[in-house]
Design a binder for this molecule. Structure first.
Ligand code: TV1
Ligand code: CA
Ligand code: ZN
Length: 387
């Protein structure tokens, strides 16, 4: 069978380094870097590698990471190991614990996923690609001086800082089930980045507990960041049609009002149904339709991964979304290629689109009226940009 044909005058670049796949957060920890191995296997088995520029990425340098993180935090990440951590007085200060454990090679892990995001950002800056993908990135919770929610360095913030050297306005869109708090916070006081996160919001019972509709940027209207943080707080169980409708109703006017020159899209797979940590009922095609909608805006896009805790579905989703970026999704057979090395992980159905809202579905707590109120709330915020 022939590979996928590469569209002319349009380049998708795929940035990866298989070294990130071998790190372990610990036995029962939900974050499994080997989900990236499964993802790449599907991408290759479908022959998509022939339709993209593939880059073996390097680790970010310490200087590159210091563009956002503090020297003392980077020193800490570099020196701490499972063997010496008990002698370390500042574990709590850096938010090390169950969510963000110290494991072997931690600094290498963080600098590798970050380096891939920086490489991807630079391909967009010099216009060598129109879409640059790093599935190992998208770690949206990390703060300037602390780890948070499985994230150690914030590759998204660092990549956006690169984009800002060449681009006047960056729109950041985050469809991970969690709030993109680290990215929002980093660009809270600037009008050169608009952050837009869709997430499950429950102040007291769902991580990180931030991101209500009312949280839109600095209170002082004279601060340039006012109205440039947008949040779409959702309840359990949102379904395909409602989510895609909401996404379009919100993203389209954001792009119209803000006129970004580049878009950064965090594609966290934990917003899928059947995710180990998530609580939405989305299927792979619906998540992909959001990516497709962004692609059709015809702006350069930086595409990142993020959460996703049911590895077989993470791999299906990101392989499918790779095909959407290339523009070859129609050509994929629903049946996974028989020569996929880890085919057993996708049994018994061996398909790209298993129904994810049949078993263990969450009751949909998002009424139509509630969704309309979100659309209206966002449109009200955007009206401030026109003046
Ligand atoms: C070790 C072993 C850690 C089992 C963590 C789920 C575990 C979780 C574990 C877990 C878990 C969270 C909180 C509570 C903060 C804590 C990549 C003090 C079965 C981008 C990060 C979620 C999501 C953090 C990251 C959250 C991302 N949920 N089992 N931990 N409080 N932390 O609630 O957005 O996807 O769950
Ligand atoms: Ca989100
Ligand atoms: Zn998440």
């Amino acid at each position: 069978k022939n590979g996928i044909v590469r569209p002319k005058g349009y380049t998708v670049s795929f940035h990866a380094n298989s070294s990130v796949e071998k790190f372990h957060f610990g036995q029962s920890h939900p974050m499994k870097p080997w989900r990236l191995t499964l993802t790449k296997q599907l991408v290759m088995a479908y022959g998509m590698h022939t339709a993209m520029d593939l880059y073996l990425t390097r680790a970010a340098t310490r200087e590159e990471m210091a563009e956002f993180h503090t020297e003392d935090y980077l020193d800490f990440l570099k020196r701490v190991t499972p063997n010496n951590m008990l002698l370390e007085p500042r574990l709590a200060q850096y938010n090390i614990g169950d969510d963000c454990p110290i494991f072997d090679g931690l600094y290498d892990y963080a600098s590798l996923y970050t380096g891939a995001s920086l490489d991807a950002a630079r391909k967009l800056c010099n216009e060598q690609s129109q879409v640059a993908i790093n599935w190992s990135g998208g770690l949206h919770h990390a703060k300037k001086t602390e780890a948070s929610g499985f994230c150690y360095t914030n590759d998204i913030v660092l990549a956006i800082l690169q984009l800002l050297r060449y681009h006047p306005r960056v729109l950041y869109i985050d469809i991970d089930v969690h709030h993109g708090d680290g990215v929002e916070q980093a660009f809270w006081s600037t009008d050169r980045v608009m952050t837009l996160s869709f997430h499950k919001y429950d102040k007291d019972n769902f991580f990180p507990g931030t991101g209500p509709l009312s949280s839109t940027g600095p209170e002082n209207p004279l601060n340039p960041g006012a109205h440039h943080a947008l949040n779409v707080p959702l309840h359990d169980g949102i379904e395909d049609e409602d989510y895609v409708w909401l996404f379009k109703q919100i993203v389209e006017p954001c792009v119209g009002a803000y006129q970004p020159s580049v878009i950064v899209l965090q594609c966290g797979a934990d917003s899928l149904g059947c995710d180990r940590l998530g609580c939405f009922n989305l299927n792979i095609r619906a998540h992909g339709r959001c990516v497709d909608f962004v692609k059709r805006l015809n702006l350069p896009i930086l595409v990142f991964g993020g959460g996703g805790y049911t590895p077989r579905n993470v791999a299906r989703l990101w392989a499918y979304e790779t095909s959407i970026c290339i523009g070859c999704s129609e050509q994929l057979d629903e049946k996974l290629p028989a020569h996929t090395p880890a085919l057993a992980h996708f049994a018994p159905d061996n398909t790209l689109f298993p129904p994810l809202s049949e078993h263990g579905r969450f009751e949909n707590k998002n009424s139509r009226q509630y969704l309309w109120s979100l659309v209206e709330g966002i449109h009200k915020q955007l009206a401030y940009l026109e003046s």
